[in-house]
Design a protein around this ligand. Structure first.
Ligand SMILES: Nc1ncnc2c1ncn2[C@@H]1O[C@H](COP(=O)(O)OP(=O)(O)O)[C@@H](O)[C@H]1O
Ligand SMILES: [Mg+2]
Length: 359
């Protein structure tokens, strides 16, 4: 667009001055020739005059083209700048910054575009917020009856022996389902907090080795092996202890449910960056197939293998939450194949950290 405007101005200026050149020069020449005898002009004088007329016309042409080009640059800047601004704003909105708006300009033509763009974003923001509020309201409403339900189930569990056998079996199913349901509601609530942008990390200075040990101990697989690289012994990271522990717990839960039931946690410096640590959870299950590598981190998304294996444990929110938690810490998470060649999945959480020892 910029080049096109510039070309239009340049060619326009060239054409205009070319036409002027042609007329001025031919008119002057024919005038001089016509009155040559009448005025007694010498041949030399005529050619000198024509020469200087030509020189000044050439100079005028060059100046006109240059001025045309400068005007072209200025006006293409003026035209393109608001478009670049709109492109930046669209990118920011796509990245989730829904409060981005275009600044009004002093150009009424552009203002029509700015106004409708801003109105569109405002409606989009309203809609996204309404959806987020809906999920959060629903989970809030479900929370208190669920707590009552959990408390009543607890009472029944304490008197389990008094129930007939069939009653006990029914109670066990109820206990498992209430726990699953509460987990789901808590996860939904947390995810709607992310959507509303209402998550504030409670950051602490954590010793990585000690933190991983505690997180594993508090998880559903407290006996998992932890493999700590010597370079990470004094590594520290600044993070939200509860949320990062959830990340480790979710990955271990998954290793238990989808990954064959045993896991090893590896803590190593990142391969390609000096300021990051990798906390990797490896299992010996079937691994994750290629088409699922990205997809399983989406909400309510369960791997293609899950239904086949009939695991009815989760709703597919675990990894979505893991990704949100890690992203808020400025890190990344992904899944790959195990590096030692054995079958199994390797989930890597990359987090910024200090005090890694050079290896
Ligand atoms: N360790 C693993 N090995 C193989 N597949 C896994 C593993 N962890 C997760 N997955 C796949 O990713 C999907 C999404 O995981 P998640 O978000 O935790 O949901 P959920 O555990 O509720 O199914 C799972 O349904 C499963 O198919
Ligand atoms: Mg899970």
């Amino acid at each position: 667009m910029r080049t096109r405007i510039l070309l239009t101005f340049g060619v326009g200026a060239l054409l205009l001055s070319g036409v002027l050149f042609f007329f001025t020069y031919t008119l002057t020449r024919s005038n001089l020739r016509e009155r040559e005898g009448e005025l007694g002009l010498s041949e030399q004088l005529i050619s000198e005059t024509l020469g200087s007329v030509r020189a000044s016309l050439i100079l005028a042409t060059v100046i006109t083209v240059l001025v045309g080009l400068v005007l072209g640059i200025v006006s293409s800047e003026r035209v393109v700048r608001p478009l670049a601004g709109a492109a930046d704003a669209a990118r920011a909105i796509a990245d989730g910054r829904l409060d981005t708006r275009l600044e009004p300009t002093d150009d009424p033509d552009l203002n029509a575009l700015t106004d409708s763009f801003n109105a569109m974003v405002a409606r989009l923001q309203e809609r996204v917020e309404r959806d987020a509020r809906f999920a959060s309201d629903v989970s809030h409403e479900l929370r208190s009856p669920l707590m009552t339900l959990a408390a009543s189930v607890e009472v029944m569990v304490s008197r389990r022996d008094e129930l007939p056998e069939r009653g006990q079996a029914a109670l066990d199913l109820l206990v498992a389902d209430v726990a699953r349901f509460s987990g789901l509601v808590e996860d939904l609530l947390e995810i709607s907090r992310y959507d509303a942008g209402a998550v504030r990390l409670t950051r602490d200075d954590l010793a990585v080795a000690e933190f991983v040990q505690q997180a594993v101990q508090a998880s559903s697989m407290p006996r998992s092996t932890i493999n700590l690289d010597p370079r990470c012994t004094s590594a520290r990271l600044n993070g939200d202890r509860r949320r990062l522990a959830r990340v480790v717990a979710n990955l271990l839960d998954n290793a238990r449910a989808h990954g064959g039931g045993a896991a090893t946690v590896h803590v190593t410096p990142a391969d390609d960056s000096a300021g990051h640590v990798w906390i990797a959870v490896e299992d010996s299950g079937d691994g994750v197939v290629d088409i699922d590598l990205e997809r399983i981190f989406e909400r309510f998304s369960r791997g293609t293998g899950s239904s086949k294996r009939g695991t009815s444990e989760g709703a597919g929110l675990g990894l979505a939450l893991v990704r949100e938690h890690v992203r808020l810490h400025g890190g990344r998470v992904w899944v790959e194949s195990r590096r030692d060649g054995h079958p199994g999945a390797r989930f890597v959480v990359e987090l910024p950290c200090d005090a890694l020892l050079a290896g």
